[in-house]
Design a protein around this ligand. Structure first.
Ligand code: MV4
Length: 455
């Protein structure tokens, strides 16, 4: 087992990783930017070293500085968390060169899944259902038109280097294709330095369902059931839950088997997530694979009663996975992301000093956070302040519990997404469980929040 792990991250996930390391009797090294001097990951790690200025590229993305700290402190592994360098193949390679174990998949796995066209080709070969579309990248408007007419409109153009909606264009007829093709390529080139695009049938108002997977160094793989991440705004997830209210037992079995097929096909090593789009008729299609621990991993931990960070560390150390896991079907978990953003102003970032804080507590309530009273939220990083994860025996009870926990959460000094979540927990469509990724286009949450404030 590793003796010392360097955590190449900040915020709540750095704390989350430190906690499991302590429970496994592994020493921890924090790295931090000058903006994070007073952060809890700095305080709770066994050692902490400043690696640069506030901007990510000067600190948390500074590979050379991080490797220098790993060498200096004699760390034998690096945990990248999520974001920053978590899916950077070059960084994983660099760790290998310095003989430091990167806790995650190999650089080859990251490259194979980072490029969406190559990921899709791999999945088609493995027999995982994919959305009908072009075979590989599209070379011209004429080619796009030909394929669009074969599969039928509406279609979607996507950047191979994309994710998060950038470089995506929906096209509903021949007349709209040329403009969309040029826009998608330009946007992809400008955002990713790679303007390759591909084309797919557009699935209307899909459900975003992802399967948590784990594969070990010996080719064994398992899945840990699904998370429903359909509550999103502009490709930012706001609420995740497990099990999905849309997934029945036969669908769970089929999606789980497909996810395991995907993992085994590439001999994936580590924990990961296979994302699927599911249409209203419960057809499911591979969308992409995330080769990291995700923000929403606690939802799976709560329903599966399983420490995913510990599993990552065990897999990296060469431990075989604990065998086939299956969803026990007893508990429901929901996570609400509390961001320093103003839901009444298009979720504009709201950095600043937290002047007062009370976090919710009690039976079935977990709060993963790095904030404290007096903490200043820096403007340089993502705006996640805390995650509330509630667990109960049924979805209905879980929503009631979440509502209670949200009302108990006091954060003063910065605007937060708490009021948004309160009105969402009261929303009929959400409560019914019969919603898809279009929910927030239909829900006038601004009026609902103003209504709430007036009482
Ligand atoms: C799609 C789609 C419909 N059809 N692909 C959005 C982000 C990127 N990862 C893929 N996305 C989508 N791809 C086809 N062929 C709809 C979306 C999509 C979406 C997907 C998941 C969750 C929320 C979404 C919101 C808008 C569009």
């Amino acid at each position: 087992m590793f003796k010392k792990i360097l955590i190449a991250n900040r915020g709540e996930i750095a704390l989350r990783i430190i906690r499991t390391c302590k429970e496994m009797a592994i020493q921890t090294v924090a790295v931090y930017s000058t903006a994070d001097r007073d952060s809890l990951h700095v305080r709770f790690a066994d050692e902490a070293i400043c690696i640069g200025g506030p901007r990510s590229k000067d600190s948390y993305l500074n590979m050379q500085a991080i490797m220098a700290v790993a060498e200096l402190t004699n760390a034998d592994a690096v945990h990248p968390g999520y974001g920053f360098l978590a899916e950077n193949a070059e960084f994983a390679e660099l760790c290998g060169k310095y003989n430091i174990k990167f806790i995650g998949p190999t650089p080859a796995h990251m490259r194979a899944m980072g490029d969406k066209i190559s990921a899709k080709e791999t999945m088609i070969k493995a027999g995982v259902p994919c959305i009908p579309g072009s075979e590989g990248l599209i070379g011209s408007v004429a080619e796009a038109k030909k394929i669009a007419n074969q599969i039928g409109y509406p279609v979607i153009l996507k950047a191979t280097a994309g994710g998060g909606g950038k470089g995506m264009r929906i096209v509903r007829n021949d007349a709209g294709l040329e403009n969309a093709y040029n826009m998608a390529r330009n946007e992809a080139g400008a955002s990713f330095g790679n303007d390759a695009v591909y084309l797919e049938k557009f699935i209307e108002e899909p459900h975003h369902i992802e399967i948590q997977v784990a594969g070990d160094q010996y080719g064994e793989a398992t899945h840990l059931s699904e998370r429903d991440c359909s509550v999103q705004r502009r490709h930012q997830k706001l609420v995740e839950e497990a099990p999905s209210p849309f997934v029945d037992e036969p669908l769970r079995k089929k999606m789980g088997a497909a996810a395991i097929k995907a993992v085994k096909a590439i001999k994936y090593e580590g924990v990961g997530t296979v994302e699927f789009l599911v249409d209203k008729d419960k057809n499911f299609y591979f969308m992409e694979m995330n080769t990291r621990i995700q923000v929403e991993h606690p939802v799976t931990e709560e329903v599966m009663d399983f420490d995913l960070i510990k599993e990552q560390i065990l897999i990296a150390a060469g431990t075989p996975i604990s065998g086939v896991l299956y969803y026990p079907g007893r508990m429901h978990a929901i996570e609400c992301r509390i961001n320093a953003e103003d839901p009444l102003n298009n979720f504009a970032p709201s950095p600043g000093k937290i002047t007062a804080l009370h976090t919710p507590k009690g039976y079935g309530v977990r709060v993963d956070t790095h904030i404290y009273a007096g903490y200043t939220v820096p403007p340089y990083y993502d705006s996640l302040l805390a995650k509330i994860i509630c667990r109960a025996k049924s979805r209905e009870e879980c929503i009631v519990k979440m509502h209670r926990a949200l009302e108990e959460f006091i954060i003063e000094g910065v605007k937060t997404t708490i009021p948004f979540h309160i009105v969402l927990m009261d929303n009929e469509e959400f409560r019914s469980g019969k919603f898809d990724t279009g929910l927030l286009d239909r829900f006038d949450y601004v009026s609902a929040i103003k209504e709430l404030r007036s009482h």
